[in-house]
Design a protein around this ligand. Structure first.
Ligand code: 4AD
Ligand code: MG
Length: 435
């Protein structure tokens, strides 16, 4: 038996033809002899089906069924003016009559039932854009001659500081969930050259914010003999291409989410550049305060940029901006010091415009073993856990660098949604481990 997908057949060339669809009841209106069913298929396609009421008496929302019928055009039909008139119905399963996802449900309820919320058009749309980003990204790396690798998720040591590590009981030992594949990518550049990976990273973030997940999808890339300018250019080219692809390929989805395609298309590069010192000046002239222990005080040179600072720095921009020249002490142990500016990091964060903030962090890595050891110790980390990493500096160390980009952070900006939990199918946060 040939089955059709709804989005394939909503075309004039199918008018009058026999079609056969499988899916779920999205909306339902029963009259005396006719029933109007809005059917959703397994790619989120939606079409009205008009069936004899007698054939669907028990039907409820989200019941699964198969419908055979003829395609007609009817101005009154919801969802694009096409409708199927049929009498051939096969019911797979009658759903319980209390499907919890309805219009105007609370955000929390929708999250509690995320396994069912994924059937809503909003979530289907978001999932499709997410898939497009991943698809285009993989092709972009292949086209540009980067090799895809994978790194372990159970690890022995911290990359991004000890405070956000998730411990894992590992046989008789203690291990952690990986915060970043970076150190492994650094090992791979010696034999594979430019490498990249996409995989989950874990952060035991103890704060509830709209842009932190406990598990997120992390794109990371690393290459030997990379300069800072090349590193920025790679991120810029990748991002511009992803935006171009999404605005072209997912136009319908973006429109469904009311996202302004033109606004996104303004980010065509070159991206803006802002030094950390300039950023601090802007923040001070905006009277930015930060929390310092128990105290609230004015931001000063030497403080890290938090969500609020990044909001101020990006709210009036339409172009992404690289922030560079951070003080070395607020960056992780592996970041190289700028040889031309003492105390400054040879790294940059990329901030997304319209208030969204950091999407990636990257930089050149410290390749001097003595400096690296001191930095690891100063961060309070256990040097023994990094002995393999230090070998990379012992045996043919080369200048190199890379970056890491958060996929949900990127998606959050592309679809203009405040809460990062909307950008992942099954969110993990401090307050949420289920479903
Ligand atoms: O800035 P981060 O911590 O940098 C690293 O992990 C580097 N080792 C990456 C590298 O150079 N290979 O994380 C990189 C990006 C951030 O810019 C952000 O987009 C995302 O990962 N990210 C998160 N996304 C969601 N939830 C969280 N808790 C995130 N923490 C970081
Ligand atoms: Mg960062």
């Amino acid at each position: 038996m040939k089955y059709h997908r709804i989005n394939e057949i909503k075309k004039d060339e199918f008018l009058g033809k026999e079609v056969r669809l499988r899916g779920w009841v999205y909306r339902l209106r029963k009259q005396k002899d006719k029933a109007f069913i809005i059917l959703r298929d397994d790619r989120g396609g939606i079409i009205q089906c008009v069936l004899p009421s007698s054939s669907v008496t028990d039907l409820t929302i989200e019941s699964s069924l198969e419908v055979g019928g003829t395609l007609f055009k009817d101005e009154r039909a919801k969802e694009g003016g096409f409708e199927i008139r049929g009498n051939d119905v096969k019911i797979y399963s009658i759903a319980n009559n209390d499907f919890p996802i309805r219009k105007y449900q609370s955000t929390e309820l929708l999250l509690d039932y995320r396994h069912l919320t994924l059937r809503t058009r909003k979530m289907i749309t978001i999932a499709k854009i997410r898939a497009s980003i991943l698809e285009r990204m993989r092709h972009w790396f292949i086209e540009n001659d980067w090799i895809e690798v994978t790194a372990p998720t159970i690890v022995k040591s911290a990359v991004e500081g000890g405070s956000t590590l998730f411990p894992v009981k590992y046989f008789k030992d203690e291990a952690f969930l990986s915060q970043s594949a970076q150190l492994y990518l650094e090992a791979l550049i010696f034999s594979l050259g430019p490498v990249w990976t996409i995989g989950p990273s874990f952060r035991a973030e103890k704060s509830r914010t709209v842009r932190h997940l406990a598990e997120y999808l992390h794109l990371e890339a690393e290459a030997p003999w990379l300069t800072m300018n090349e590193l920025l250019s790679i991120q810029e080219k990748l991002l511009v291409e992803l935006i171009r692809h999404i605005t072209e390929h997912n136009k319908g989805e973006l429109e469904f989410l009311n996202q302004d395609v033109l606004a996104l298309n303004k980010a065509t590069g070159p991206f803006d550049k802002l030094s950390y010192s300039e950023a601090i000046d802007i923040l001070r002239s905006n009277d930015m305060k930060i929390q310092d222990g128990e105290m609230i005080r004015n931001i000063e040179w030497g403080d890290d940029l938090n969500i609020d600072s990044e909001k101020v720095l990006t709210k009036d921009r339409s172009n992404p901006v690289f922030v560079f020249g951070y003080p070395l002490q607020i960056k992780p142990f592996y970041v190289k010091e700028d040889p031309e500016k003492q105390g400054r990091a040879l790294s940059a964060d990329l901030l997304l415009p319209n208030g969204f903030g950091e999407v990636s962090s990257g930089g050149i890595r410290e390749d001097d073993i003595a400096l690296l050891k001191t930095r690891i110790k100063n961060e309070g980390l256990n040097l023994d856990s990094y002995s393999w990493y230090l070998d990379l500096r012992r045996y043919g160390s080369v200048p190199h660098g890379g970056f890491g980009m958060g996929i949900e952070r990127l998606l959050r900006w592309i679809i203009n949604l405040e809460d990062i939990k909307e950008c992942v199918l099954f969110p993990r946060t401090m307050a949420r481990l289920n479903p």
